[in-house]
Design a protein around this ligand. Structure first.
Ligand code: PRE
Length: 364
């Protein structure tokens, strides 16, 4: 390519950037107007709701449907995700607590869902995320709920039994683990590998094959593992890209998870109910009396009404020995007439039924 051609293309890019800049600014001014309208239409004592997950899902879907390339749908939606995040920050900067410390996959999930224009707050434990939301110190919390290799995150499920929370969104993240070392690590003398217990489990076969005799030490998070390794000469950590970048570690081996499709699902928790979008999921907790056929009774109304269950998990109820609660996710919104009917039917049989929330299915 000649210098001349390159110069001409850059002139075109400059001119396009000016148009993009003007359009983004016009969109941001529109969001400010939206905020004004929301404030003006408040009833006495009503608090404004600036963040609208149902609308955000609609915007991102529309972008993906209309995208003609060459950028892929996910890439384009990510760009719009950030534009919308900045527009919302003009209306109201969201405060979001997540399972920290900085550099965890949960932080990456929070950014994927809300974008980067939020005030984020790392918490030391899942329960603390719940408490922070319950206390009203933040607008939303982000917690992991299940992993495709290792199953349920029990701390999260148990926290739902203790706190009144509304689930207002979900996000799925492909989890890639790397073996990370610091600049002081002597790579042929590694005698300890730190990571979160779930991550150690997700890389079990790889560790058995490559480091069979090395001590595996479970710590509170992958980011914590990365932090520890920085100052030690005989240890390595298993963690992801964000932690590697944050603590300046080197990848000794990449993508060491046993299953290439290893993914984790995260939930956004808050106090705001989300209206239907037409493509939603609902999460409920049900406790049934301890009698034969109770689980069957619980599942029949879903089957009879053709409602698709996406997950069912059992946990001890914590209110009596050998009594259990079921966590169920299914397709639909609790305001859909069909779903309403099913929930009514279940509540006639159940000891207790709690709708944790209906929320748009993950778009990104
Ligand atoms: O449509 C709204 O209610 C807006 O506030 C605008 C907007 C946007 O930028 O598109 C911003 C934040 C909301 O969460 C949803 C959408």
């Amino acid at each position: 390519m000649s210098e001349q051609e390159l110069k001409a293309l850059r002139v075109r890019i400059d001119s396009l950037d000016e148009k993009v800049l003007e359009l983004i600014s016009e969109r941001a001014r529109c969001a400010q107007e939206v905020a004004r309208v929301k404030m003006a239409s408040l009833a006495e004592g009503e608090v404004p709701v600036f963040y609208r997950p149902e609308r955000e899902a609609q915007v991102l879907k529309r972008v993906m449907e209309r995208n003609r390339g060459p950028l892929g749908n996910e890439e384009m939606a990510r760009l719009f995700r950030e534009i919308m995040s900045s527009c919302l920050a003009l209306e109201q900067p969201l405060k979001v607590a997540y399972l920290g410390p900085e550099g965890t996959f949960t932080q990456a999930a929070a950014m994927k869902h809300f974008g980067h224009a939020v005030i984020s707050k790392p918490m030391a434990a899942i329960d603390e995320v719940f408490r922070e939301v319950a206390a009203g110190a933040v607008n939303f919390g982000v917690v992991p709920v299940e992993n495709s290799t290792e199953g349920a995150v029990n701390h999260t499920l148990d926290s739902f039994l203790e706190h009144d929370m509304v689930i207002c969104g979900e996000v799925e993240l492909r989890i890639h683990h790397h073996l990370l070392v610091g600049e002081n690590t002597k790579t042929d003398s590694i005698s300890r590998i730190y990571s979160h217990a779930q991550s150690l489990a997700q890389c079990r076969k790889w560790l058995d094959a490559h480091y069979p005799n090395v001590e595996r030490v479970a710590v509170s998070s992958n980011a914590e593992a990365a932090k520890r390794v920085k100052g030690e000469w005989n240890s390595a950590a298993i963690a992801g890209d964000m932690a590697a970048g944050l603590y300046g570690l080197t990848r000794l081996a990449e993508k060491i998870e046993d299953r290439p499709d290893n993914s984790t699902r995260f939930l956004m928790i808050g106090s705001q109910e989300v209206p239907p979008t037409g493509d939603d999921k609902t999460s409920i907790i049900v406790s049934m009396s301890n009698k034969p056929g109770a689980l069957h009774e619980l599942l029949v109304p879903f089957h009879d009404n053709g409602i698709d269950l996406t997950r069912i998990e059992t946990r001890p109820s914590r209110s009596g020995k050998w009594t259990y609660v079921f966590f169920i996710d299914f397709i639909g919104h609790h305001r859909d007439p069909l779903v309403k009917g099913v929930l009514e039917k279940i509540s006639q049989e159940a000891v207790a039924l709690k709708v944790l929330g209906s929320y748009p299915k993950a778009v990104l």
